[in-house]
Design a protein around this ligand. Structure first.
Ligand code: IMP
Ligand code: MG
Length: 174
């Protein structure tokens, strides 16, 4: 079996959109600090690009969750692999995600993070596949809505590969 990758969103288009979203975040958080939570591993590339372009003070923390399932579908069972290093109390927290698919990972994460009493808790995602949603999730910032296809690049993987692609591509298994 081999994979063929075709470009869905070019590097230029991703960069342009990330700048726009970062500008909007900078405006919305004017006079505050924003505490970004990067959900490992997929969100790392996006979180870095976004953070570099936010003009209000930024702090960063990392969390790793795994959803049990096969390579292309999430099962809905979520486990914390690595928790945050710092408390969220009184912080303006912005979760940075690579992709929202069924919404199971995020609805679980939001539930547990809310209990840590942040001043605010918002969500920013690079990609959203709204057609696949089984759990409702309120998304504050979305870079791109995409159709129901398996994508890689800009942090997203297929069996841990292709995270380093500078664009977003669709995987076809041949
Ligand atoms: P959800 O819980 O179904 O919303 O799944 C979210 C997680 O599934 C994401 O954080 C990704 O790790 C993974 N995922 C969902 N769709 C894709 C995709 O098209 N490409 C790569 N990973 C995906
Ligand atoms: Mg993810």
């Amino acid at each position: 079996m081999s994979e063929k990758i075709s470009v869905l969103i070019s590097e230029e288009d991703v960069d342009k959109k990330v700048r726009e979203v970062a500008a909007q975040i900078s405006k919305d958080y004017e006079g505050k600090e924003v505490h970004l939570i990067c959900v490992l591993k997929g969100s790392v590339f996006f979180a870095c690009e976004l953070a570099k372009r936010i003009t209000v003070p930024v702090t960063l923390d990392f969390m790793s969750v795994s959803s049990y399932g096969d390579d292309t579908k999430s099962s809905g069972v979520v486990k914390i692999i690595k928790d945050l290093d710092e408390p969220l109390e009184n912080k303006d927290v912005l979760i940075v995600e690579d992709i929202i698919d069924s919404g199971r990972t995020l609805s679980y994460l939001i539930e547990i993070l809310k209990k840590r009493n942040p001043a605010s808790l918002h969500l920013c995602t690079l990609l959203d596949k709204p057609d696949r949603r089984v759990r409702p999730v309120h998304v504050n910032y979305t870079c791109f809505e995409i159709p129901d296809e398996f994508v890689v690049g800009y942090g997203l993987d297929y069996a841990q590969k292709y995270r380093n692609l500078p664009y977003i591509g669709v995987v076809e298994i041949q």
